[in-house]
Design a protein around this ligand. Structure first.
Ligand code: 6R9
Length: 654
């Protein structure tokens, strides 16, 4: 069945849900129409959900014209993001839980951090940053486990106008060093180690290794979380928790321009090294907060759980900024879905009475594989809305999620968006949109998706369409630039299709105007919802002395969505052994991180190349998919015989 053909499986919102929802179908239509016909009026009104120090008078000033791309929202307004996420709630909900922290070890106590306590911790941490010489505009890298201190660190930066860049704890020392250097960080905040699923990652020693490749002026602030022994460099390393104890609990939030960068987050593209995606303060926060409220139909008092890591954009927008701006109770889980057993997630939902649960298809598929007993064991009656993010959700996983987790009563919101977009762009609204399993359905307010013909770039007007997914005009949560490289920003997103933001995804629009995102059309693969540039994995492989050449493609993987398939040509005289295969796997883990480890390495005496030397990835993709019946035209290859050899020795025969 092709995406979009499952029209029969439409799930309309249930009447008793609709009656209590913020937005019903009629409200969606009216608001959407206003949002695209009069963006200034619409966002001028909705920007007021934030507390501004100096209110804006200019709402939108944006251009997608190649060469002159600029994106400004609420430009003359000033605010403080941390004050919006914390201070303004103190009067009404100081004693309400802001963050529920669930440690990796189920035997360790769950911690409830109130808004008042969050205020105190963030102020103290902000004062520690100031005492370390961090000033407005300085960059702070955060390389942390999923612990409240990670959120404190983000908000402390926001309070004083420092720009944070969270690096996922699964990245290696090299990955960390590259990011510290690219953004010129003054400080890195880390922890001794990060427990996950009963195993520990030595974050401090990774940081030590990373800092060998960085300026010796970079300071290292360490949260002693597990108490594990670490090395200590006097004068460079400081004990954050100890300094916080002695710091003042009072740190006035700085007044910052709406366009002041809130954070940089590195993400993979089709070429080159990861890009530092820059997000703003006012536009980003307004968009994160509004999508959080409407997409999940969040209501006052709800307990919201997004299972992502704060190292990804999903954690930024839907663990920290969106929920806290709305005064929600947000859950931070340090562990993994299957530790100590496959019931952990559902047990947490039961114990914390979670109302909205937001996870990735890869998690659902993994848990689905463990059978339904684990889900049936727990009382999930508190759940109201279920969310999905990170990759297309296959209808089987959607149906399982719906039947066994939502018991057929919880709307499922399949949210399509990107690091670059700051918040949801395509998503159902649970009280308004009939869902179809596998479709991210309709645009959020203010978002104008278009489908273009890939080759000609022509906008397809008919409702039914298939092509590349672009966006016609700006929305407040959009990234503003690539850190230190505005040309690269324009080149990557605005040069392929003039006047449009190019998402890098392919899609189909069905007869009802529903969008079905089919996956990347560039050389980006999506492994367990994590973006990997094939070029990054290739350059890691060729950095090994035994490797002459490497080509990396994605292939369908039952749990991860896509797996990493590497074709490796060895240096002359190097023997292709099992040990070498293992060594290369380990090598990539060290160079980039565990998420980049190839699932399959096939030895390739030669790679299919055009006469001009370009690797024909299309062919390699087909072989990796075990679908080599339709390789298309291979006559332009310099040496067509390499193809047979690769087919004969292919390693995915499933
Ligand atoms: C939020 C996030 C972005 C890429 C994106 C697309 C894929 C994300 C999706 C989805 C289909 C969904 N993607 N959500 N594809 N349906 N609901 O994941 O950001 O890590 O930057 O990845 O992920 O391919 O372009 P990011």
């Amino acid at each position: 069945m092709k995406p979009g053909e499952a029209a029969a499986a439409t799930h309309p919102p249930q009447p008793d849900f609709v009656s209590g929802a913020h937005i019903d179908a009629a409200a969606y239509e009216a608001m959407y129409r206003q949002s695209v016909e009069d963006p200034e009026g619409f966002w001028g009104e909705h920007g007021k959900r934030l507390d501004w120090i100096k209110p804006y008078t200019e709402v939108k000033n944006t251009s997608f014209r190649m060469g002159e791309v600029e994106i400004h929202w609420f430009r003359d307004g000033t605010l403080n993001v941390a004050a919006n996420c914390i201070d303004r709630h103190l009067k009404t909900r100081g004693d309400q839980t802001a963050i529920v922290f669930v440690p990796d070890d189920p035997g360790d106590p769950v911690r409830h951090i109130t808004y008042r306590e969050l205020h105190e911790k963030v102020n103290r941490m902000a004062n520690v940053l100031l005492s370390q010489g961090v000033m407005r505009g300085d960059r702070v890298v955060i390389y942390m486990p999923m612990i409240p201190e990670a959120a404190y660190a983000m908000l402390a930066c926001a309070r004083i106008g420092a720009i944070h860049s969270v690096v996922f704890a699964g990245f290696s020392a090299d990955g960390l060093a590259n990011r510290i250097n690219d953004c010129g960080a003054k400080v890195v905040i880390t922890a001794d180690s990060a427990p996950r699923g009963g195993r520990k990652t030595a974050l401090k020693s990774n940081t030590d290794a990373a800092l060998l490749h960085c300026s010796d002026r970079v300071r290292c602030m360490v949260v002693k979380h597990t108490g594990d022994q670490t090395s200590w460099i006097q004068g460079r390393d400081v004990d954050v928790l100890q300094l916080m104890e002695h710091a003042s609990p009072d740190c006035p939030p700085r007044e910052l321009a709406s366009e002041h960068p809130l954070f940089i987050l590195y993400t993979s593209g089709s070429t080159g090294k990861p890009k530092g995606v820059v997000h703003s303060s006012g536009g980003y926060l307004a968009y994160a907060a509004m999508t959080h409220e409407y997409t999940f139909d969040y209501h006052e008092g709800d307990v919201f759980w997004c299972t992502a890591d704060v190292g990804w954009v999903t954690g930024h927008s839907y663990i920290v900024y969106g929920p806290l701006a709305n005064g929600a109770t947000t859950v931070m889980f340090e562990g993994v879905p299957t530790y100590p057993d496959a019931g952990r997630m559902w047990q947490i939902c039961q114990d914390l009475k979670v109302n909205q649960f937001y996870t990735a298809p890869t998690v659902i598929r993994a848990l689905m594989g463990q059978g339904t007993d684990w889900v049936e064991k727990y009382d999930l009656s508190s759940l109201k809305v279920l969310g999905s993010v990170g990759e297309p959700i296959n209808p089987e996983a959607w149906e399982w999620y719906n039947a066994h987790v939502g018991k057929g009563r919880c709307p499922i919101v399949d949210t399509w968006w990107q690091t670059e977009t700051g918040g949801h762009l395509l998503t159902p609204l649970p009280g308004a949109t009939a869902t179809k399993p596998g479709s991210a359905t309709k645009p959020f307010f203010g978002v104008q998706p278009v489908v273009l013909e890939a080759e000609s770039g022509k906008e397809i007007d008919s409702t039914e369409a298939e092509g590349v997914l672009c966006i016609k005009d700006s929305w407040p949560g959009q990234m503003r630039t690539v850190w230190g490289d505005h040309d690269r920003f324009q080149e990557t997103y605005f040069s392929h299709y003039k006047g449009y933001y190019f998402s890098g995804d392919g899609c189909r629009r069905d007869a009802d105007g529903y969008y079905w995102v089919t996956g990347r059309v560039d050389d980006v693969i999506n492994v367990s919802g994590h973006r990997m540039g094939t070029a990054e994995v290739e350059s890691a492989l060729v950095a090994h002395q035994a490797v002459a050449e490497a080509a990396v493609v994605g292939y369908p993987h039952e749990i991860k969505g896509q797996g990493i398939y590497a074709y490796v040509t060895l240096m002359n005289g190097v023997e292709a052994t099992e040990e070498l295969r293992k060594e290369l796997e380990k090598w990539v883990r060290t160079e980039i991180g565990p998420i980049a480890k190839p699932d399959i390495i096939q030895w390739a005496p030669g790679l299919p190349k055009t006469r001009s030397g370009k690797i024909m990835r299309r062919i390699l993709r087909k072989i990796a998919e075990n679908d080599f019946g339709s390789l298309g035209d291979i006559s332009t290859l310099a040496d067509p015989s390499v193809v047979d050899e690769l087919i004969n020795n292919r390693m995915n025969r499933g």
